[in-house]
Design a protein around this ligand. Structure first.
Ligand code: HEM
Length: 461
C-alpha cells in the first residue's frame, strides 16, 4: 500500500492543525471512528496516527537508526535548546542518554523517597479545613519543589525562589491552547517587546538561563574544591542531586558535559519532569475522589500498611499501582509519543511508509481501544490487577530508545505523594460535575485544575 492510499481527513492542513491544537481528543476520536486505527492527517507536516498494537510493537522493535525522532520535537527547541535529549538523534542522542540515565536508576532514585514524602506533607499542610483549592496548583507546587531539590539539590535561597518563580511563569505562559499555539505557529514567534506573548517568553527564558548558568558555575567550583580537599574522593563525598551526578559524568571518551549541554538537559528535565507529573497527580486525585469505592479500597490498602511505611514498600502496593496506571491510561498526559520519521521506505505490518512521513504513535487512542480496555471511558483500576498489558498496549511513557527516562521516577513520585496525602488528609471534590480534559502546552490536563476541599485531618503530619 502506498501513502496516497492511507485514509484520513481531507480538510486543509491549517484547519486540521487548529482542530488539533484546540480540541485534540475530539480530533483523534472523530477521525479514528471514521478511518480506523491507522490514518493520515496534516498538521505541521503529514503525519500518520497509529493506535494498532501490532504496528506499535513493530515500530518499537525497529532499529532506531531507521528513524529520525528529535527533528519531530523542533517546536520545543525555543524552550529546551539545541542540545536537549528530546531533540537529538543518532550518536549524540545515545551519548546524552547514557549520561542522563544513571541518576534515574532504582537505587539512586530511591534515595529521594523521604524527600518526596516530606515535600508532599509540607504543601498539604498549607490547606485549611473547608477551604477550596486547585489540586493541580498544589501538585505543581509539589512536583516543582521535588524536581528542583532532586535535580539541583536546591531547597532554599534567593536563586531557588527565582528559579521556582520563573519556571512556573514560563510554563503558565504556555498553559492554554491559545498560548500553546505560540509553539505550533512559527508566525506567532515574534518579539514585539516585553508585553507581547513571545517577547515575554524570550525574556523569561533569558533570565532563567542566567540563573542556570550561575548555578552550574558555582557547582563546578564547589566540586573542584571537594576534589582538591580530598585525595581520593568517592561518590559519597559529593551531594546526591542529579546536577552533581551530571557534572561528574563522563562519556565513553572520558569527556564531561559542556555548560551548554548541561543547560539544555537541566531545562529538559525540569520541563519534562515537572509539568507531566503534576498533571498526572491531579488526575489521580480527581479519579480517586470521584468514585468513593476506589477511595475506600485504596485507603484500606494504605492503612493496612501501618503507621510509618517505608517508601520502598509503598511503591510495591498493588492497588495503588493499579490506580496510578489507570489514571495514566484514561487521560495519558502525553497524547502521542515523539514522532518516528523513517529515513528510508519502511514497511510496518502491511503498509509501506515513505521517508519523511511522521509516524505518531497515539497513546490516547491505544488506551481507549475497546478490545484492550472494555468500557474504556470508565475508570477501573481493577483491569490492571486482572491483566498484564504489553508495552505496545499500555504506553504512557512511550517506548524503545526514546522511552521516558523519568518513567520510574514519575511513578515513584506519584505513589509517594498520593500515599502521604491520602493517609493524612480527608479531601473531597469541590464540584460534582465531571472534569474535562484540555490541552495544556503539549499535555492533556484537567480543565479548571480539579477544585477540591479539605474536609479534615486524618493523622498528625
Ligand atoms: C507522569 C509523568 C510523565 C509522563 C506521562 C511522561 C511521558 C513521556 C513520553 C510519552 C515521552 C516520549 C517517549 C517516546 O517517544 O517513546 C517522554 C520522554 C521523555 N521524558 Fe517523560 N514523562 C513523565 C515524567 C518525566 C520525568 C519525571 C522526567 C525526568 C525528570 C522525564 C523526562 C523525559 C525525557 C528526558 C524524555 C526524552 C527521552 C528521549 O528523547 O530519549 N519525564 N516522557
Amino acid at each position: 500500500m502506498t501513502m496516497t492510499q492511507l485514509p484520513g481527513p481531507k480538510a486543509p492542513a491549517l484547519i486540521q492543525l487548529l482542530q488539533w491544537v484546540a480540541n485534540p481528543l475530539t480530533f483523534m476520536e472523530k477521525y479514528a471512528k471514521q478511518y480506523g486505527d491507522i490514518f493520515q492527517v496534516k498538521l505541521n507536516r503529514p503525519m500518520v496516527f497509529i493506535s494498532h498494537p501490532k504496528a506499535i510493537e513493530e515500530i518499537f522493535k525497529t532499529n532506531p537508526k531507521q528513524f529520525d525522532c528529535g527533528v519531530g520535537n523542533q517546536l520545543l527547541r525555543p524552550l529546551l535548546g539545541d542540545r536537549s535529549l528530546a531533540l537529538l538523534d543518532g550518536t549524540p542522542h545515545k551519548r546524552q542518554r547514557q549520561l542522563l540515565m544513571p541518576p534515574f536508576h532504582g537505587e539512586r532514585m530511591q534515595a529521594y523517597g523521604k524527600l518526596i514524602c516530606h515535600i508532599a506533607g509540607q504543601v498539604a499542610n498549607k490547606w485549611e479545613v473547608g477551604e477550596r483549592f486547585s489540586m493541580r496548583k498544589s501538585t505543581q507546587d509539589i512536583s516543582l519543589k521535588v524536581i528542583l531539590q532532586v535535580v539541583f539539590g536546591l531547597d532554599e535561597g534567593d536563586r531557588y525562589d527565582q528559579i521556582e518563580q520563573i519556571l512556573s511563569e514560563t510554563l503558565e505562559s504556555l498553559g492554554s491552547p491559545w498560548k500553546a499555539s505560540m509553539l505550533f505557529f512559527k508566525s506567532l514567534q515574534i518579539d514585539l517587546g516585553a508585553w507581547s506573548p513571545w517577547g515575554k517568553f524570550i525574556r523569561q527564558r533569558q533570565k532563567f538561563d542566567e540563573l542556570l548558568y550561575a548555578e552550574i558555575s558555582e557547582r563546578r567550583q564547589e566540586l573542584e574544591l571537594t576534589r582538591n580537599a580530598i585525595a581520593q574522593p568517592s561518590s559519597s563525598c559529593y551531594r546526591y542531586d542529579i546536577l552533581t551526578m551530571l557534572l561528574l559524568a563522563r562519556d565513553q571518551e572520558g569527556q564531561p558535559m559542556s555548560d551548554l549541554e548541561l543547560r539544555d538537559e537541566l531545562m529538559t528535565l525540569l520541563f519534562a519532569g515537572h509539568e507531566t507529573t503534576a498533571t498526572a497527580l491531579a488526575w489521580a486525585f480527581y479519579w480517586i475522589h470521584h468514585q468513593p469505592e476506589i477511595y475506600n479500597k485504596l485507603l484500606q490498602e494504605l492503612e493496612d500498611f501501618g503507621d510509618n511505611p517505608d517508601p520502598i514498600a509503598i511503591i510495591k502496593l498493588p492497588y495503588l499501582n493499579a490506580v496510578c496506571c489507570e489514571s495514566l491510561r484514561i487521560y495519558p498526559v502525553g497524547m502521542l509519543t515523539f514522532l518516528r520519521i523513517p529515513k528510508s521506505p519502511i514497511t510496518i505490518i502491511d503498509k509501506t511508509y515513505p521517508p519523511g512521513i511522521a509516524l505518531a504513535i497515539c497513546i490516547y487512542l491505544t488506551h481507549h481501544r475497546e478490545d484492550l480496555y472494555p468500557e474504556p471511558k470508565k475508570f477501573k483500576p481493577e483491569r490492571f490487577l486482572e491483566r498484564q498489558y504489553s508495552p505496545s498496549e499500555f504506553l504512557p511513557f512511550g517506548g524503545s530508545n526514546r522511552r521516558c527516562i523519568g518513567a520510574g521516577f514519575a511513578m515513584f513520585e506519584m505513589k509517594l505523594v498520593l500515599a502521604t496525602i491520602l493517609r493524612r488528609h480527608s479531601l473531597a471534590l469541590a464540584e460534582k460535575q465531571q472534569v474535562k480534559p484540555v490541552r495544556r502546552g503539549v499535555t492533556l490536563a484537567p480543565a479548571g485544575g480539579v477544585k477540591m476541599v479539605m474536609t479534615g485531618k486524618r493523622m498528625q503530619a
